[in-house]
Design a protein around this ligand. Structure first.
Ligand code: S3P
Length: 429
């Protein structure tokens, strides 16, 4: 499986500001991560790829604390929400001037969730104001000095938390982020590996992450990292194996972080036969090989409390639900409306086009399983996970399922077609 996208972005960003040379194996070479690499190079990091006995090793020579230089052209993040939001935080804390742009999908996504907390720390940022009051790309962050702050974001988002922590690297003092529901903690785990003084604790019902920068801008030490496989990419062959009779597939080296394994927990409750083999650690994260066998799934209620632990996996879960017996009801999905596309609308339209009974509300989805007619054309809205999910639906449908575009699958899973073909999928492009 390809390397985890969240870990890959963070490895490039933190190695680029560390002192010394880091080596990263297993990096996801998807378009999103390549955009982050280009941005970090444009601000002074030296990043190249080497071949070590057939394995790609990315070598990153960091600029050291406060060593980033202002880019001469706008930083183009393409489709990458994680890249653009994390780097906005980093740039604000570094006290340099930079402009941020992206593709049509990224330019329609909300940026105020990151810019508002950064302004609370003293950042000066201009954004395009949409008619509905949302702040969007292009964004211009101007050179300013930031102060530490204690922030309670009003949305459960690891990207927001991470942007604040990365901005805090450029301040003197302690910055804390309080989350009602803990989101993926990859930034804090990796900051700690790079030598930052990070603490996490439960306090008054909040999950609190604090960066203690008592002696000035955080100095990170270069590190060698091995990126584990991406559970959000594994979701697609996993759901395909569960819904195609006779399947028995091992997905190797998948990260199993508690804030990322919600789909596996839900599928198991639905009756999925998923076995964890060879549990181990890589770069501070747990991982294992997953053996997945075809299973007759039964619908369940999927509550809002698990949503942050599987926020990217609802397109895949909807496909599993279409093959399950009964009606799967998923709640707490408001965030799906502001992902690479409005995923609730895209799932609803795609399932309807293929004869699956589905209903959606502002923040919920109901999918009733049964024989899947297929034969529909799905509008992907430039969203990689919508594209991959509906190709997987085609595997268990009576007639082939088509998607209107597949180019953006390369943002997160460049080897998707080859891997699915190896498993026996008949997909033509
Ligand atoms: C990510 C966080 C999530 C997720 C995204 C990756 C990250 O977004 O959807 O694909 O790497 O921090 P939010 O922070 O908006 O929930």
């Amino acid at each position: 499986m390809p390397g985890d996208k969240s870990i890959s972005h963070r490895a490039i960003i933190l190695a680029s500001i560390a002192t010394g040379t880091s080596h990263v194996k297993g990096l996801l070479e998807g378009d999103d991560v390549l955009a982050t690499i280009a941005a970090m190079r444009a601000m002074g990091a030296s990043i190249d790829k080497q071949d070590e006995q057939g394995d790609a090793v990315w070598r990153i020579k960091g600029v050291g604390p406060m060593g980033l230089t202002a880019p001469t052209a706008p930083l183009d993040f393409g489709n990458a929400g994680t890249g653009v939001r994390l780097v906005m935080g980093l740039v604000a804390g570094a006290g340099i001037d930079a402009r941020f742009i992206g593709d049509a999908s990224l330019s329609a996504r909300p940026m105020g969730r990151v810019l508002d907390p950064l302004r609370q720390m003293g950042a000066q940022a201009d954004a395009l104001m949409a008619d509905d009051g949302a702040q969007r790309l292009p964004v211009h962050i101007k050179a300013a000095s930031l102060m530490p702050a204690n922030i309670t974001p009003n949305v459960a988002s690891a990207q927001v938390k991470s942007a604040i922590l990365l901005a805090a690297l450029g301040t003197m003092g302690t910055t804390s982020v309080r989350e009602k529901i803990a989101t993926r903690g990859h930034t804090e785990t990796m900051l700690e590996l790079f030598g930052a003084a990070i603490s996490t604790q439960q306090q008054d019902g909040y999950h609190v992450v604090a960066l203690n920068n008592q002696t000035g801008p955080g100095a990170l030490r270069a590190l060698d990292l091995d990126v584990p496989g991406d559970p959000s990419s594994a979701a697609f062959p996993m759901v395909a194996a569960l819904s195609v009779p006779g399947s028995d597939v091992v997905l190797e080296n998948i990260m199993l972080n508690r804030q990322r394994d919600g789909l596996i927990r839900v599928l198991r409750q639905m009756g999925a036969d998923i076995e964890m083999l060879n549990p181990r650690q890589a770069s501070g994260e747990s991982c294992a090989d997953l053996r997945v066998k075809y299973s007759k799934l039964k619908a369940i209620e999927v509550g809002a409390d698990i949503a942050p632990d599987m926020i990217d996996e609802y397109p895949a879960l909807a496909i599993a639900a279409a093959a399950a017996e009964g009606t799967t009801h998923m709640t707490g999905l408001a965030e799906l409306r502001v992902k690479e596309s409005d995923r609730l609308a895209a799932i609803e339209a795609g399932l309807k086009a293929n004869g699956v009974a589905v209903e959606a509300g502002a923040d919920w989805l109901k999918v009733t399983g049964g024989p899947i007619k297929g034969g529909g054309l799905v509008a992907t809205h430039h969203d990689h996970r919508i594209a991959m999910a509906f190709l997987c639906l085609g595997l268990s449908a009576e007639a082939p399922v088509s998607i209107d575009d597949s180019t953006m699958i390369a943002t997160s899973f460049p080897t998707f077609f080859a891997l699915m073909a190896d498993l026996g999928a008949d997909i033509d492009g």
